[in-house]
Write a protein that binds this ligand. Sequence first.
Ligand SMILES: *Cc1c(COP(=O)(O)O)cnc(C)c1O
Length: 387
Amino acid sequence: MGIYDELGVATLINACGTVTRLSGGMMAPEVTAAMREASEASVDMVALQAAACRVIRTATGAQAGIVTSGASAAVLLGAAACIAGLDPVRMNALPEVQDGRRDFIVVRSQRNMYDRALLVAGGRIVEVGIPDRVSGPGVRDAAAWEIAAAITKNTAGIYYLAEPRSKPSLRAVAEIAREHSLPVLVDAAGQLPPSCNLRRFLDDGADLVCFSGGKAIGGPQSSGILAGRSDLVASALLQMLDLDVFDSFFAPPDEFAVLRQMRGLPHHGIGRSCKVGKEEIAGLCVALTRFAAADPVARRAAWQNRLQLIATASGRSDMEITSGPIPILSLNAGSPEAAEALARQLLAGSPAIACGLGRLDDGLVTFNPVAMTDAQAEAAGARLRRD
Ligand SMILES: *Cc1c(COP(=O)(O)O)cnc(C)c1O
């Protein structure tokens, strides 16, 4: 009997992608094995994060990196690093900031439900720009000079949501930031694949970049990556670690050597509630290395093939595979009402099939291949068959 039977929880066919609500995707046996092995011994967590730093450096080209408990935690820790730097007084004070230097400039069209992680760390959001191209009446969005104009002595950093349509370009934003010696914190949680994006945002000038470990990387669902400038990454790490230790017993490894400059150790930091386990760190390291090494063409072909299995098994002609970093199968139900009814019907069956609901208004039900097996794809297709 499997654990889900034992717990009395029904498993489902996840055609929604690696969404957190549906527990993400499935891990490769190599990743699971790493997590199990990691669970069978104790290690020093700083040494383990230093090892992860080496793996992340290789995969991303960053100066440094740490494993976090998700991309949202990476944003929180990155914000804390931007606000506190390597000052233990500021670290101890967060989320309070005595001198007010805690503002993050955010382009209004990039506001999203994950940016509150900035606030949790003690930051404040300062919105700029008028998103005419998003709201409809025009073609323009925020310009880089508007970001520059919003910078004050209270600015701690610039937050940037990496999306294919994000404006202004990250390069332009990074240039402004560099002129003002401010860090750019990039949320790129869902921007993999393509795997070249592991390096791209850093190449474009990001000081810190956040990735989700539980999405396409195929790592543990509660894992993420914060990568970038070594002083900021080390600050983030320190604010997440268990620091119930005498200063004289804390010896930072070479990967986080910048911490040796600090005048003292802070207490448990603002990131203590973002604790990441050794199992997640080990699993993420293996998953990241596998993801970076995999052939992008073969990965895409396998996903494409899985969607084709659904289409073929369904025998329907109202389906279409659209391209993008992750190919998506859309079923045209004819109307929003018909699409919603079909989605409900799939969810009510056994096993439940959870498909994408983002295009219901267009009458489309969508299928994402990342969190399914080929066998599940065939089963889903069979359920879609209209005899
Ligand atoms: C998925 C996502 C997150 C959250 O990632 P977790 O790893 O689940 O914490 C944050 N930001 C964006 C843009 C995302 O797409």
